[in-house]
Ligand binder design. Sequence first.
Ligand code: G3P
Length: 216
Amino acid sequence: MKLFIDTANITEIKEMAEAGVIDGVTTNPSLVAKEGHQFHKLIAEICAIVNGPVSAEVMALNTADMVTEAHKLAKIHANVVIKIPMTMDGLRAVRILTSEEIATNVTLVFSPNQALLAAKAGAKFVSPFVGRIDDCGGDGMDLVTQIMDIYDNYAFDTEVIVASVRHPLHVVQAALIGADIATLPYAILKKMPDHPLTDIGITRFLSDWEGGRKNG
Ligand code: G3P
């Protein structure tokens, strides 16, 4: 399973890249706006840190402008993946970009039919937003299961990025379903190595070691 980090913060990306736990990065307009840096420079900086797919989202809503924006973003680095919102204009843009061998990530996916269309248009990645579905009283992981089943039934190559992850259990659920990728906020990646029994175990080993040294 691949893990991406869902952030545009350079410090967070560097920390997780140094630990060797991330295979790529996803950004979105909200995350980029929070950093207050020039968009294209920020994406270039991220690509210099992580040797894997880096999703950068277009802001245009019509196909022609999406494709123009995508061409500029794709020139930044070979690892840039163009994030395209799930609309009919977006699907047309995906088809054009796929024919030009530019990788796309169809985002804001909330239904199996949307994911089916994204795969048919040729998207390299599709991003179901599990947390936002849970926030509305639905079950985001059910959607991931359905998408994985549909893609398996027809051998679609599109990879599923579980996005809008809210807690470490979402990561376990995504892994058990067999999702290709989960993209995780920094705060969740930080929580994953923690377990109280690990801390207790370390403390006990240290005190036993010190006790043994005093005696011996
Ligand atoms: O980057 C897309 C997605 O992960 C956003 O998550 O927490 O804003 O629903 P969230």
